[in-house]
Design a protein around this ligand. Structure first.
Ligand SMILES: C[S@@+](CC[C@H](N)C(=O)[O-])C[C@H]1O[C@@H](n2cnc3c(N)ncnc32)[C@H](O)[C@@H]1O
Length: 411
């Protein structure tokens, strides 16, 4: 039973996180990473609650608007109504009546009498009418994606949004039985890597296989860039750098395919490079960590393979990070496209003649993907376009884009 003593700080944390994400300052992942909720059970509950707020936000928002009729709802009250509606509708451990009472009491203490009356009437209507909220894409996102990818993709995307994302990991080496339930994913996305799904992620993380580096937690769409690259790597030895490489997932994939190569992992964030170091140690991978700004820093050497796994809008990973759908806007997109362009421009000088430039995002926006690469090639005749691969998000995996180019000459 969630008592007031637990419910109030939990609700405080959820409302603060919603405000932080809505302000555009941070992603939900960052907010959860930085949050001061230490208790793991409470963290899990807060994360589940918050992710549900974004999955069902469009539908709940329509309901709030209808309920409030013509009166204007201030943002803090809107966030409380959203969090309350989602908690009533999607948690099944506490009686709804108790949830409503606790949230109304919270509203009375923290917001005021008229706000608590509004919340009381609103939540009781949801319970009385057994309102079912549906997972929907925000209008602007649906309109854009429908135009590019068609109606069927929109249906698929909304189905993905309404189901809990599959929890996946890469099995780096198969040595004996796993100590938890898992099954191999056979969706045909990858040829060179083994990915599994599990409903026992806690046990997976506590397993010996994980501790020994036999498992890396990642999504199979992450493998598409390294697989594309592998088609063009012919040398037995060389040097490879992932210039936006923390926490090391794809560089470790490259190392697993080409263990003779020298691997460098650059990143701007010292905090994320700390996780790279932990991953390298656990996975027993020999690679050098560099702190660098890929958009600005000059490289003191050239590489046979330069991989730019650039920061992006993350629109392809909306199943796991539904808040990304609400952070898509033209201004933000232009900004991120410019950062990607700066990174591509700068790191292109670090590619040896005859070497490869691999670019990837976990976005499905053409501006960050195919159009970005097309524009780069138009102004960089020294690069030859080899191929690209777009993976749309589906039940088993996220969305991703990658392209591989070869440097023909020096100019
Ligand atoms: C998509 S993640 C990289 C994931 C990583 N390649 C992997 O496979 O685990 C993008 C990374 O880019 C880093 N980043 C953002 N801007 C950067 C910049 N200007 N220079 C270097 N790294 C940057 C972020 O800190 C983040 O770790």
């Amino acid at each position: 039973m969630q008592k007031k003593g637990v419910m109030f700080p939990l609700l405080d944390g959820v409302l603060q996180a919603l405000e932080e994400v809505d302000s555009g300052r941070s992603s939900l992942d960052d907010v959860l990473d930085d949050s001061n909720i230490i208790n793991p059970e409470m963290r899990r509950t807060a994360a589940h609650w918050l992710f549900s707020c974004y999955r069902y936000r469009v539908s709940v928002e329509k309901f709030i608007r209808d309920f409030a009729s013509k009166s204007k709802i201030k943002k803090p009250l809107f966030r409380l109504a959203l969090a309350g509606a989602v908690h009533c509708a999607f948690q099944d451990r506490i009686a709804r009546e108790a949830v409503v009472n606790a949230i109304v009491e919270y509203a009375k203490i923290k917001k005021g009498i008229s706000e608590s009356r509004f919340i009381n009437a609103f939540l009781r209507k949801i319970c009385r009418e057994n309102v079912l909220f549906t997972a929907e894409l925000p209008d602007a996102v649906a309109k854009k994606w429908r135009k590019i990818y068609g109606d069927e993709f929109i249906l698929q995307a909304e189905k993905c949004l309404s189901s809990e994302p599959v929890q996946t990991f890469r099995l780096r080496h198969e040595s004996g039985e796993l100590s938890f339930d898992a099954e191999k994913i056979s969706d045909g996305l990858l040829k060179r890597f083994v990915f599994c799904q599990t409903h026992e992620m806690g046990k997976c993380l506590a397993s010996e296989c994980f501790a020994n580096g036999g498992i890396y937690i990642q999504d199979s769409a992450a493998g598409t860039a390294v697989e594309l690259l592998a088609e063009y790597v012919t040398e037995e030895k060389g040097n490879f750098i992932d210039v936006c490489g923390a926490p090391g997932g794809k560089a470790i994939m490259f190392y697993d395919l080409f263990p003779q190569w020298q691997v460098f992992i650059g990143d701007r964030s010292a905090r994320r490079q700390q996780r790279t170091a932990e991953n390298l140690e656990r996975c027993k991978v020999n690679a050098e960590i560099l702190c660098l700004d890929a958009a600005k820093d000059k490289f003191d050497r050239q590489y046979d393979v330069v991989f730019a796994d650039v920061p992006c809008s993350n629109s392809g990973v909306f199943r796991k990070r539904p808040d990304t759908l609400f952070r898509q806007n033209a201004e933000g997109l232009n900004e991120i496209v410019q950062i990607q362009r700066d990174i591509l421009e700068n790191v292109s000088h670090a590619v040896k003649v005859g070497g490869l430039l691999l670019y990837s995002t976990c976005s499905i926006e053409p501006e960050e993907d195919g159009l970005q690469i097309k524009n780069f090639c138009l102004s960089h005749s020294e690069f030859e376009f080899l191929s690209e691969r777009l993976t749309l998000p589906a039940f088993e995996h996220d969305g991703a884009y990658c392209a591989c180019l070869r440097r023909k000459n020096d100019s």
